[in-house]
Design a protein around this ligand. Structure first.
Ligand SMILES: CC(C)(COP(=O)(O)OP(=O)(O)OC[C@H]1O[C@@H](n2cnc3c(N)ncnc32)[C@H](O)[C@@H]1OP(=O)(O)O)[C@@H](O)C(=O)NCCC(=O)NCCS
Length: 180
């Protein structure tokens, strides 16, 4: 499969939101309350994502998309979003805010490509440290461990009244860990 990683543009918004919501509904089934997953709507989320994509530069953020070509033409199958960390408890440079790959394409290396694109962006920004938050019961924790993250921080997130533990995976020296 030929996967191209490129920077997102505003015309990608609907596909990015679709990947985000489709993946949430499958990855977080049985973890996040079903009422919350059922309430997610693509159309509701488009304006905020379009604003995010339009203001990437001002906010020092970047979004990368994974694009494949098939008989239907070009299709986006994943994305990653990174920017400055706003974690108050500990000074950290970068935050990988989101990384999502459509379930049909899991375990084919696309997540790693999207992750590496954010690392390259952070290295370019001279960032040394990075954090990623993940729900403790999310199998993505294995992905972050595999890619060198150390589970170091904790917080609680609440969805529909249910409290869930989240882990903050920490990378403490990106330029030592990643040589591209
Ligand atoms: C996390 C995610 C982006 C990983 O994408 P991916 O394309 O499947 O990742 P890769 O194929 O590059 O995986 C690289 C390695 O990470 C590990 N890994 C990835 N997913 C894993 C899983 N579910 N369970 C155990 N290990 C996993 C494996 O070691 C894998 O290598 P291998 O397949 O050769 O064994 C994808 O599973 C996803 O979109 N999950 C749902 C959304 C989500 O939870 N995002 C994170 C929000 S915090």
């Amino acid at each position: 499969m030929n996967v191209k990683i490129r920077k997102a543009v505003v015309t990608d918004t609907k596909e990015i939101v679709t990947i985000n919501i489709k993946t949430w509904k499958i990855a977080y089934k049985g973890v996040i309350p079903q009422a919350h997953l059922d309430s997610l709507s693509i159309n509701d989320k488009i304006p905020r994502w379009a604003e995010t994509i339009n203001n990437l530069k001002e906010n020092r953020k970047e979004i990368f998309v994974a694009e494949i070509s098939n008989l239907k033409g070009k299709e986006l199958v994943g994305f990653s979003l990174g920017g400055p960390s706003h974690f108050e408890d500990f000074k950290i440079d970068g935050d990988l805010h989101a990384i999502y790959v459509l379930p049909k394409y899991w375990r084919q290396g696309i997540g790693t490509l999207l992750f590496n694109s954010i690392i390259k962006y952070f290295l370019n920004m001279k960032y040394k440290t990075m954090i990623i938050w993940a729900l403790k019961d999310n199998s993505a924790c294995n992905f972050y461990k595999k890619l060198g993250g150390i589970p170091k921080f904790h917080k609680t997130l609440t969805y529909c009244g249910k409290e869930l533990d989240a882990l903050g995976f920490f990378w403490n020296n990106l330029s030592d860990q990643y040589k591209f």
